[in-house]
Design a protein around this ligand. Structure first.
Ligand SMILES: [Cu+2]
Length: 178
């Protein structure tokens, strides 16, 4: 009986952790690569990249016609410069490929169709930490930014607190039964 109660508490704890992880990612952005052009030879990918801010937790979505293009991730600047398709570290060809930006740094993507990379179908993006992406430009705006983020964390915390409460209630019930 006591064992079952403990297992239930562990399950609830896992649920609490998963929920708080999920809500923390609430301000993540999905970037459709190339905008309305999508992942295509005609898209101006370098200006698209410079017009966007990529934060840890964001996602890239490569949209293209299956069979016509693919997405090859490269591991180095030199491979990227040389359009070295053969040295890809990851290849995707689903037509709607999602890449999660899990850590800060530079990532390189090219099209795997011969000739497309040299025609400009290549993307280099720099991912920054979520904190670095929020840069207040005056003292006035910095105070409003901090109060806004305080409110945000309260909102994100609310569902977590709910589950903590449920867990505490369950613990109390388990204790009274045994
Ligand atoms: Cu292509």
């Amino acid at each position: 009986m006591g064992g079952g109660g403990a297992a239930a508490v562990v399950v609830m704890m896992v649920v609490v952790i998963l929920l708080s992880e999920g809500t923390r990612g609430g301000n993540a952005t999905q970037h459709v690569v190339g905008g309305s052009q999508g992942w295509d030879v005609s898209a101006d990918l370098s200006s698209w990249a410079s017009g966007n801010t990529f934060k840890v937790g964001d996602q890239l979505v490569f949209k293209y016609t299956t069979g016509l293009h693919s997405v090859v991730e490269l591991g180095s600047e030199s491979a990227y410069k040389n359009c070295a398709i053969g040295s890809g570290v990851n290849t995707m060809n689903g037509g709607k490929d999602v890449v999660k930006l899990t850590k800060p740094g530079t990532r390189y993507f090219i099209c795997g169709t011969p000739g497309h990379c040299s025609q400009g179908m290549k993307l280099k993006i720099n991912t920054v930490t979520a904190a670095a992406a929020t840069t207040p430009n005056s003292t006035d705006s910095s105070s409003s930014v901090s109060s806004a983020s305080a409110l945000q964390s309260y909102v994100y915390l609310a569902p977590t607190m709910f589950w903590v409460f449920i867990t505490m209630a369950l613990l109390a019930v388990t204790a009274s039964v045994s």
